[in-house]
Design a protein around this ligand. Structure first.
Ligand code: UDP
Length: 483
């Protein structure tokens, strides 16, 4: 910066692991460039965040209190105890009350002359736009989603074409502004953008945060040009601030700080499930996780275990349910991990050959960056869109079940053991052409992902440009405001 002090960025994620994790990686990437990061956390997540950050002299935590709201239990903002569906509207409202403590924090920075180059704000925290304006600091939005899903979600909200199509009795529809070939079904449409009802608090919230997106300085995208090239322009069309653009700086998981070097054989202090993988032949294990949000019933987990057992492949299954136990005899070839597995490491392990995934965007990027093809089982939110992208546009995966045509069929309904068994066989390469093709594509994309984040790569270049541009803006502000 002009004063010769270090560049500084404030990073403020929403309270969910899928939102926090990629921004931890972004902080590492910025730190590598000599940028100082202030990472905002509330009490419930500070242990998780500090542990995940690893010691880094450039990254500092800023603790702000989570508001007390009578109908919400204390500590409810911890990503391990997020409130139930019914409480979501109250919870979303509570996160707006973070405004005052955050405003105070920026004021203190202003007083000490350490205002950041920008605030990287989660899109759920739409109110940070006003705070940023108060201090003349650019707001860079982070969605955690890919360009494909973001462009479609925005296009669906604005055009509501799915409703017109449904009214006309059509199965598929086209979203204006998107490539001609692309057709969606009602089941692809995320709940939050399905029907915008101005009287509904969650709809109102979605509209508010959408407005804040559109008027922010720019959007950070956890993706890379080579992965989502066709959807960057359609997405950028929704950004209304002069000069606002999408900054593709991912896959952020490739900036992950590593406890031990990959393939070093140094497993000291690492998770036992990695040792378990060490003993398996290359590409022989299927890894299964349903992410951190979707609820999977015990009945469904039974089918999963039975299907995996039938497939004959070794498997590593991560389950969040504390009470479920696998049906008798299904774990001869499998390891069940309770709660939390080191997913990115497990996917990168040479023994892992396939990924049965709910298609959260982080999971998709981690799988593809590791060259592991995806057996897609989307459940909620924008996961059906991610699955569509992986399978139909990238060709780097297969579906565990063909998608529903109507919203009513949805993604629900029990997926049976035979479907799971057949899907696993295919993705592991034991079921012919399609699975082999998906693996080839995943390996190609992994190469492209790595190339994007090293010196000279598209994402590394974009991150450099981003910091340059922010410096330029900050200098211009200093000249105008004498800041
Ligand atoms: N994750 C993990 N271990 C687990 C489950 C999840 O490390 O046992 C990580 C995973 O690697 C990813 C994030 O948590 O980085 C989940 O994000 P994603 O977008 O895939 O799904 P969501 O959280 O939205 O369900």
């Amino acid at each position: 910066s002009a004063s010769g002090s270090k560049d500084h960025v404030v990073v403020f994620p929403f309270m969910a692991k899928g939102h926090i994790i990629p921004l931890l990686h972004l902080s590492a990437a910025l730190s590598d460039r000599g940028v100082v990061v202030t990472f905002v956390t509330t009490p419930g997540n500070s242990a998780f965040v500090s542990e995940a950050l690893l010691p880094d002299p450039n990254v500092h935590l800023l603790h702000i209190p989570f508001p007390t709201v009578p109908s919400l239990p204390a500590g409810c903002e911890s990503t391990d105890h997020l409130p139930s569906q019914e409480l979501h509207p109250v919870f979303l409202h509570a996160t707006k009350l973070l405004r005052d403590p955050f405003h105070d924090a920026l004021r203190r920075m202003a007083v000490s002359g350490s205002l950041p180059l920008c605030v990287v704000s989660d899109f759920f925290l739409g109110w940070t736009l006003d705070v940023c304006r108060d201090f003349g600091v650019p707001r860079l939005v982070s969605h955690g989603m890919g360009a494909f899903a973001m462009a479609l979600c925005k296009g669906i909200v604005v055009n509501q074409t799915h409703i017109t199509a449904a009214a006309a009795g059509e199965d598929t529809f086209h979203v204006p502004g998107m490539p001609e070939r692309l057709r969606l079904t009602a089941a692809d449409v995320p709940d939050t953008v399905r029907a915008v009802d101005p009287a509904d608090p969650v709809s109102q919230f979605v509209m508010e945060i959408g407005e804040a997106d559109a008027h922010s300085w720019g959007v950070l995208v956890n993706s890379f040009q080579e992965l989502e090239r066709d959807y960057v322009d359609p997405f950028e069309a929704f950004l209304l601030s002069p000069g606002a653009r999408a900054w593709l700086v991912g896959p952020l998981c490739l900036y992950r700080r590593r406890v031990s070097a990959p393939d070093s054989g140094d497993r000291e202090g690492s998770d036992p499930c990695l040792w378990w993988l060490d003993a398996k032949p290359p590409r022989s294990v299927v890894y299964i996780s349903f992410g951190t949000q979707a609820d999977v019933s015990e009945e469904q987990l039974d089918e999963v275990a039975l299907g995996l057992d039938l497939s004959g492949y070794d498997f590593l299954l991560v389950v969040r349910s504390p009470s479920w136990s696998p049906p008798e005899g299904t774990c001869r070839r499998g390891l069940i991990v309770r709660g939390w597995a080191p997913q990115a490491e497990a996917l990168e392990h040479p023994a892992t050959g396939g990924f049965l995934s709910h298609c959260g965007w982080n999971s998709v990027l981690e799988g593809l960056s590791a060259g592991v093809p995806i057996l897609a089982w989307p459940m909620i939110a924008e996961q059906p869109l991610n699955a569509k992208y992986v399978v139909e546009e990238l060709g780097a995966g297969l579906r565990v079940r063909e998608p529903a045509k109507t919203a009513a069929e949805g993604t629900g309904g029990l997926v049976g053991r035979m479907e799971i068994c057949e899907g696993v066989k295919k993705i592991m390469g034991g079921g012919g052409e399609k699975g082999m093709k998906a693996r080839e594509r995943a390996v190609e994309l992994a190469k492209a992902a790595r190339a994007a984040v090293v010196a000279g790569g598209s994402s590394q270049h974009c991150l450099g440009q981003l910091v340059e541009e922010l410096r330029r803006v900050s200098k211009a502000n200093t000249t105008i405001n004498g800041r």
